[in-house]
Design a protein around this ligand. Sequence first.
Ligand code: ATP
Ligand code: MG
Length: 421
Amino acid sequence: MPATVQPEKQRRFALEVVATLRRAGYEAYWAGGCVRDELLGRTPKDYDVATNALPDEIRRVFRHRKTLAVGAAFGVITIVGRAGEGQIEVATFRRDDTYSDGRHPDRVHFSTAEEDAKRRDFTINGLFLDPLENRVIDYVGGQEDLRQGIIRAIGNPRERFAEDKLRMLRAVRFAASFGFSIDSETFAAIKEMAPQIVQVSPERIAAELERCLVEPGRRQAAELLLASGLLEVILPELASAIVHNPVAWAENLSVAEKLEQPTFALALAVLYWRLIKPEDSEQVARRLRFSNQVRLTTAWLLHWRYMLTEAPQRLWSEVHPIASSPYIRELLAWGEALVAAGRMDPEIMRWWREKLAQPRELWDPAPLVSGIDLQTLGIPPGPIYRRILSEIRRRQLDGQLTTKEEAIDFARSQLATQGDR
Ligand code: ATP
Ligand code: MG
């Protein structure tokens, strides 16, 4: 969804879509996640509409609008709104038939509102709302579970997870993101069936995992992943390290909880700390098809984490590569969470903030000399350039060389000693 969507306009558009279908003589409701979010007082990310109109009929009713028929085979027509209104997916009531691959329904049958509610994953996601009369239509007991804060599979949880294994991870994500608990039978089914999560593509697992960990409920998500046995299948390296070092895990959870809107990479690094080495984190990332960005950032954060604490005692030339890295914001966010969790001396973060609040040229000055300067001195190009330049840079950052003249004198002296060799 483009960032230009304006929630108020989007909501009005979603209302209009329902009203238009209703005027044309069809049944139409808001459905699923948007109803849940409305009832929880959250702003829905997007609105889905369910109707008894067939795809062709939906297109006819909205012929004055731009529509997309990408999902038409599943009964889904997308209505494209005007600026700021976003898009609304209008789906014909349907029942999904057997899932022989555990991922996609083999066939779709157009059906009734009740059956459409019952094919959905959890009771809180199975509600309809008539936004014109502000009436909830509840075939699955979703309102009660919403009130009580329970994630409960619709129907028999084992059957529902057998149809689509990804639902096990969705249960964890919804529980964590709303601070709900998972109904005991639903949770028992997840524990039993967790090994089958391998049937879901790594990309989809990664996407759910990311949503679990970037949201504020990440601590609960991590605990549920472990308790359900899903972690053991998705991240066996982490699960077995936790068995050997439960103290580190408990500490990581308490830090993870304090992160504020972390990237996926940072949330992972915080949970991995002292349990998964940087190289192993790269292995995990490759297996689960995390983006290169996530893979490299996680490994970088784990690799340099010690510098976060040690920087105030180190030479600036040692700290500089970390301070000037594009990943430093995330490392500092880790530091703030450590302080918030009472696991780091606040003075350390004050030191960092003060250091980096200075004008950049003070802590990341332009190099005093370049290869061209060495050439002018008549030094023949070669590996010696890099050695001399990096030695000059080191001394510059540590305040031993402050002017270009000093740097050039130093280069000459180096050349003399090199010549002696
Ligand atoms: P969010 O958009 O916040 O992730 P959501 O509930 O809207 O939450 P979507 O993936 O957008 O989730 O799906 C919309 C609705 O479609 C859900 O509320 C649910 O009713 C149904 N649904 C989605 N995925 C599944 C699934 N794997 N199995 C059954 N029903 C599903
Ligand atoms: Mg949604």
